[in-house]
Design a protein around this ligand. Structure first.
Ligand SMILES: [Cu+2]
Length: 305
């Protein structure tokens, strides 16, 4: 990168030839009056280079009044007359007023728009909710392809983990199963309104068979999902789930996958509702989920097919 002062210097060097060209052009026209249009179209010579031109072009730096017949000896006089006009030639004034009016109209328009936007709050507007979740296309523990769309109309309770996880995943999935069993026993809610989903973040080792074997240890309704590394990775990213296999892990070698530990509750429209970390007591998780299920019934029951 060039230092700023050098860039400036180069710009001045570039401008000088343009200025000189203009001098040459006006000289070539001799004493003939400059057409007004040409004056307007003339390249603006930046202030910085003006001192360079003063000696020769003072008389040509403003427009020629209409109908005036300039002549050699008269030059000094004309220049004085033009100096009175200063930079506010009629064209500049029209431009100035035009730009001013346009800006005024634009600002007024924006002010109106913002006022209207504030006056009409959007019904679907959710303030402060993180963008978690999104479309996915994976394979379930029966080998059947599934997408997020298959679960629309029901809540999804999503957990990412891996079947080789020694303690955390089993602990968390036991907790999930416990919450589900309590919901099933609760008369105030319908446990079928919520689908528990386990998504592997170790697709290299967790195939359909491994997942099927694994999920039945926890809850009969637990759905296990796996897929290509790319599809799993895309899903995890959508849920803001971080996971990483140790870079040194060799095929066949036992390794642990570092991963985030969260349950994500998504509503029947696939929108994020809540996330439960490891530190949330099971009673609290149950109360919260029950509350969301009841709230959904109360506000959206008519919309459910
Ligand atoms: Cu785990």
């Amino acid at each position: 990168m060039l230092p700023v002062y050098q860039i400036k210097r180069r710009l001045v060097d570039l401008e000088a030839p343009i200025g000189n060209f203009w001098i040459a052009l006006t000289r070539a026209q001799g004493t003939a009056p400059l057409p007004r249009l040409a004056a307007a179209a003339r390249p603006a010579i930046p202030r910085r280079t003006r001192p360079l031109l003063h000696a020769t072009t003072r008389a040509y730096t403003t427009t020629t009044p209409l109908g005036e017949e300039p002549s050699g000896p008269n030059r000094e006089g004309r220049s004085k007359e033009r100096a009175h006009l200063g930079p506010f030639s009629p064209i500049a004034a029209v431009l100035f007023l035009g730009v001013g009016a346009a800006m005024y109209a634009y600002l007024n328009h924006e002010k109106e728009r913002i006022k209207q936007e504030k006056a009409t709050p959007r019904a679907d507007e959710v303030v402060g909710k993180p963008r978690i979740g999104g479309p996915f296309a994976l394979t379930d523990h029966h080998g059947k392809p599934v997408t997020d769309q298959d679960f629309r109309g029901r809540f999804m309770l999503v957990y990412f983990g891996f079947t080789h996880c020694p303690d955390i995943c089993p602990e968390e999935l036991d907790k999930m199963a416990d919450v589900l069993t309590r919901l099933e026993k609760d008369d105030e809610v319908d446990a079928d309104d919520i689908v528990p989903i386990f998504i592997t973040c170790d697709p290299q080792r967790d195939g359909v068979a491994e997942i099927r074997e694994y999920v039945r240890d926890f809850h009969p309704r637990l759905i296990g999902l796996t897929g290509d590394y790319e599809d799993v990775n895309k899903t995890a990213r959508a849920y803001r789930v971080y996971f990483s296999k140790p870079p040194t892990a060799q095929p066949g070698e036992d390794y642990l996958v570092d991963h985030s530990i969260f349950f994500y509750l998504m509503d029947p429209r696939g929108e994020f509702v809540d996330a439960f970390g490891r530190d949330r007591p099971i009673d609290e998780v149950f109360d919260k989920i029950k509350g969301y299920l009841k709230e959904e019934k109360a506000t959206h029951s008519t919309k459910k097919e």
